[in-house]
Design a protein. Structure first.
Length: 244
């Protein structure tokens, strides 16, 4: 029996709930049988394959390329780059097992793996990554403790890596020097002494901040800079009323 698109969508939704421990495996299988017309073996395989994908482990039960494509797309949407990276690892292992065991070429499945692998290898700016990470932290803080702990239990303790592209402003070193000398070792915001001195030369440690960000068209000039202690600098960027 050919699996329909609606059955694939339902299977992925149920599998996600089972993975998040919001539904028992047996209950998910029964829903897919009674409400969506899948047989018991297929329903169970869909749910288990979803877990194998997110765990980054090889799975042996076959899934069609369209179904795999949908599962990978949803995993990327719900679990981000880490979840997708785990899934690609599992899918590559599945392809290697299947081709070796059955002596076939899984061209369509390799195409799925290649398509999604590009997504996590595409260069992104550091700012985009930082914003995405901050948004993910906020979702975690606002989510349930149960879901948070469940994700931690199922996540790898080794972080994945991606390539980033960045645009760097070539700043004028004289602007930094003039600003630091003007501050004379005191934060120009809170007026406190620099919190420590640099090991390399013993000078007070302050950070030069552009009042109007260079990325927003601000000038790289002493008039647009201020020397700040790390605490005030972070407040300017992340405190209430900040632009970032």
């Amino acid at each position: 029996m050919k699996i329909t698109e609606s059955q694939i969508i339902a299977a992925c939704e149920i599998a996600s709930k089972v993975f998040a421990v919001r539904m028992k495996l047996s209950d998910g299988v029964n829903v897919l049988i009674s409400e969506h017309g899948l047989n018991k073996a297929t329903a169970s395989d869909f749910i288990k394959d979803y877990k194998y994908l997110l765990d980054g482990k090889v799975f042996h039960r076959a899934m069609s390329a369209p179904a795999m494509h949908y599962f990978m797309k949803q995993i990327f949407s719900e679990h981000g780059e880490h979840g997708l990276a785990q899934s690609i690892t599992a899918l590559r292992a599945h392809i290697e097992y299947y081709e070796g065991h059955y002596k076939i070429n899984m061209h369509a499945m390799r195409k799925v793996a290649d398509e999604f692998e590009v997504k996590i290898k595409q260069p992104r700016t550091l700012l985009e990554i930082e914003h995405a990470f901050s948004a993910a932290v906020e979702r975690s803080l606002n989510g349930s403790q149960h879901d948070r702990l469940q994700r931690l239990a199922n996540s790898s303790k080794k972080p994945s890596t991606i390539t980033v592209q960045s645009t760097v402003f070539v700043r004028n070193p004289d602007v930094v020097a003039v600003t630091l000398l003007r501050a004379a070792g005191k934060c120009e915001e809170c007026k406190a002494d620099a919190p420590f001195c640099r090991v390399k030369d013993g000078t007070p440690y302050l950070e030069v901040h552009h009042k109007i960000h260079l990325a927003s068209g601000g000038e790289d000039s002493p008039d647009n800079t201020t020397a700040l202690c790390p605490n005030c600098h972070r407040r300017f960027h992340f405190g209430e009323g900040s632009e970032t």
